[in-house]
Design a binder for this molecule. Structure first.
Ligand SMILES: Nc1ncnc2c1ncn2[C@@H]1O[C@H](COP(=O)(O)OP(=O)(O)OP(=O)(O)O)[C@@H](O)[C@H]1O
Ligand SMILES: [Mg+2]
Length: 536
């Protein structure tokens, strides 16, 4: 049958009637607020008495913000877009939703802003789940003991301040002391593990963030990382929500029985943003002009890092928040807050950094309160006395600075301490596997490095990975060598093989002088003060 225009119209009419019948004509109520004042990225809105804390509100111009404080007559709304054209009098509507971010494996390998919008490529991230940025921390009954190690690949951390999965370890130090580098090295070391990494940049320079991403792309496994970026140029609101958004993104993996690591770089800048917002919204300022709730903000954030019980899938979320100190002042308000919230801190010292001991970990002030139990058994055994020996060396070194003491035992201790210092001075991107660390420390204890210079010790450490891989390949059951159950005889054999490597490296290096034949005055630094002394 031929189709006529009249029939087309008839069909159209029927369709439209059906559509009309489906429309519900019941009245709906929408409260509309009005901007009273707008300044410094904060809008004061009246007429929305039912708005919730952290609720997303939409402005007439399309810009969004979230309710930051709820007063009797007005609420203050922190804008999340930098260039929202907002004037007094413009209308504001509620969305009924609190702040949310997309979560899921689709985010892996992506760079997103604090609302989960892509910053790297135009293509959208999807399809994804949506999850609120503020989620309750797991209850005590839902948690398990921290018992598995999170390997950083950095010898001084893994041996002396081991970090467990589910732990919160603060990285704290002055400006430019290698805080970010330490965290990024840890992310890079997860290349060979099953840990998903989330790096949150808060208030960092864009170039610094770029360097981090480049480093991970070049050396790590970027396809298992999410970068949440709220740089210094982002709106304060974005910087404020970024750590929470990052936590939610990381929690997705924790709640599915996987392991995740979150680095928050850094919480000092986050605290400053919080203070800025609080002062603008006229919250009463407290110590150092921070509002009274700053402790609670960071505590509830970091509380979300956890090791979950087997009933909930045994997933874990480890947090490495970073904090900056001013002139090594650990007793500042924000540093003390964060130190008391976290399960330990790795203190980076500007003096050590300047003396080229990098990572500049201050062995005396750093601590890890739960990680020791998570340390692989073999590593625990060889690193047990290391800290004590090193601490004694630092003391002795100070006393014998001007020569004089010629006691053989003192000399031996100092020589050993210098080897320890050489080994824990580790360049970036040279992570050590647990096996390398165990064998290296076992060889150190057996005195493999006592006869050679510190430089040789460092070169041995550089070549150790390849050497041990070859050695293990020679073993009959090499592939299954585990650091939890490795037997002492086997480790001793590997440690012995290091003596051979030391000989080879030392023989290549003809300029190397043998420490054993030097006089004590030559060993003890005289004009050139050791870093631990120089900073006193
Ligand atoms: N183990 C290391 N060996 C050699 N150089 C290092 C090491 N760790 C860090 N550095 C160098 O020190 C410099 C400062 O490092 P980084 O940016 O990580 O410090 P930061 O404390 O995060 O600085 P900021 O306070 O600016 O955030 C970088 O140039 C980095 O390459
Ligand atoms: Mg940094």
């Amino acid at each position: 049958m031929e189709q006529t225009p009249e029939m087309d119209d008839a069909v159209w009419l029927v369709r439209q009637r059906e559509r009309l019948a489906r429309i519900e004509l019941a009245p709906t109520v929408q409260t509309v607020g009005r901007v009273e004042r707008f300044a410094d990225g904060i809008a004061y809105v009246s007429g929305l008495p039912d708005a919730m804390l952290d609720e997303v509100l939409r402005f007439q111009s399309g810009a969004v913000g979230f309710a930051h404080t709820l007063d009797e007559k007005t609420i203050s709304v922190v804008l999340l877009d930098e260039d929202g054209a907002i004037d007094a009098g413009s209308l504001v509507t509620r969305t009924g939703k609190t702040l949310q971010v997309p979560v899921g494996p689709q985010l892996l390998g992506r760079i997103v802003d604090a609302l989960g919008r892509p910053l790297d490529r135009a293509e959208a991230i999807g399809p994804v789940e949506i999850s609120p940025i503020e989620r309750p921390a797991p209850a005590i009954v839902d948690r398990d003991l921290v018992a598995e190690p999170l390997e950083t690949g950095v010898l001084v951390v893994d041996a002396l301040f081991a970090i467990g999965r589910g732990q919160r370890e603060l990285i704290i130090g002055d400006r430019a002391t290698g805080k970010t580098s330490l965290a990024v090295d840890t992310i890079i070391n997860q290349k060979t593990s099953d840990v998903v990494c989330v790096y949150v940049a808060v208030g960092q320079r864009a170039t610094a963030v770029e360097r981090v991403i480049e480093a991970v792309r070049e050396h790590g496994a970027p396809e298992r990382c999410v970068f949440v970026v709220a740089s210094a140029a982002s709106a304060p609101g974005m910087q404020w929500i970024a750590p929470f958004a990052g936590m939610t993104i990381a929690e997705y993996f924790r709640d599915r029985g996987q392991h995740a690591l979150i680095v928050i770089d850094d919480l000092t800048k986050h605290a400053a943003t919080h203070r800025e917002l609080a002062l603008l919204t006229r919250e009463p300022p407290g110590r150092e002009a921070y509002p009274g709730d700053i402790f609670h903000v960071h505590a509830r954030l970091l509380e979300r890092a956890a090791k979950l019980s087997p009933k909930l899938g045994s997933g874990s979320l480890t947090a490495l928040p970073i904090a900056e100190t001013d002139a090594s002042n650990l007793s500042g308000y924000i540093p003390t807050n964060l130190i008391s919230i976290a399960d330990g801190q790795i203190v980076l010292d500007a003096g050590l950094f300047a003396a080229n001991q990098r990572p500049a970990v201050d062995v005396g002030l750093s601590v890890s309160r739960v990680g020791g139990k998570a340390q692989p058994r073999a590593l625990h055994e060889v690193s047990g006395r290391l800290r004590l020996e090193y601490a004694q060396f630092l003391e002795l070194e100070m006393f014998t600075r001007f020569g004089g003491l010629t006691d053989a035992r003192v000399k031996a201790r100092i020589a050993r301490g210098e080897r320890i210092r050489a080994l824990i001075t580790q360049p970036r991107f040279q992570g050590l596997r647990t096996m390398d660390q165990v064998v290296l420390l076992a060889a150190l204890i057996h005195g493999a490095f006592d006869e050679v210079s510190a430089e040789v010790a460092q070169r041995v450490r550089e070549q150790l990975r390849a050497w041990l891989t070859a050695q293990v390949a020679l073993l009959p059951d090499g592939a299954a060598l585990s650091m939890e159950s490795a037997d002492a005889a086997l480790l001793a054999r590997l440690a012995d093989s290091v003596t051979e490597l030391v000989k080879r490296v030392a023989s290549v290096d003809t300029t190397d002088t043998v420490v054993g034949s030097r006089t004590f005055e030559q060993i003890a630094p005289s004009t050139d003060l050791p870093p631990s002394v120089a900073r006193k």
